[in-house]
Ligand binder design. Structure first.
Ligand code: HEC
Length: 154
């Protein structure tokens, strides 16, 4: 876990902001590498979102430190996928819709919306107020769904 976090924070440091990435050359040697990277980041994001979701639903007891740790991973992961959408990476093993590359501004806005909601969830997690966590978590979930509805194939 500690190693994973170290890798995640290194990746966060080298991740290029989306807007720069859109014009600059892809940091990935092959489009397949970009697909693997973004799917991995989303997968870890999904795992930790699910853990917080279980607490929000009441399936797991609320433990402030555990929720804070999960949200910290979510916050790091929420920043990573966006450098990994180079043009030409809508490969058959990817669920990314071609609209992503036609509507870069809207896609970017959806990514920023989600990062903002995760950041609010982080504030709520640190406050230790479970009701605030529930509210913020609901907004995070909506921001995930909004992008998936528009830009991810089923
Ligand atoms: C701005 C758009 C956007 C937002 C916001 C977004 N996603 Fe995604 N997500 C995608 C796209 C596009 C894919 C498909 C990636 C691919 O297959 O290349 C994806 C894939 C996934 C996957 C599947 C990863 C795999 O194993 O292949 C999970 C899990 C996931 N997202 C979780 C989340 C969660 C949880 C959130 C919110 C906290 C979120 N996503 C927010 C666009 C988004």
């Amino acid at each position: 876990m500690r190693q994973l976090l170290a890798i995640a924070s290194m990746a966060a440091m080298i991740a290029v902001p989306f807007s720069v990435q859109a014009q600059a050359q892809s940091p990935f040697a092959k489009p397949e590498d970009a697909v693997k990277y973004r799917q991995s980041a989303f997968s870890i994001l999904g795992t930790h979102t699910g853990r917080v979701g279980a607490v929000v639903k009441g399936d797991k007891p609320y433990d402030k430190a555990a929720v804070e740790a999960d949200v910290a991973v979510m916050e790091t992961m929420s920043k990573l996928p966006w450098s990994a959408f180079p043009a030409g990476s809508d490969l058959p093993n990817s669920k990314a819709k071609p609209e992503i590359w036609k509507e870069q501004d809207k896609f970017k806005a959806a990514a920023e919306k989600m990062q903002g909601e995760v950041s609010k969830l982080s504030t709520a997690a640190k406050s230790g107020d479970l009701n605030a966590i529930k509210t913020a978590f609901g907004a995070v979930g909506q921001s995930c769904k909004a992008c998936h509805d528009n830009y991810r194939n089923k």
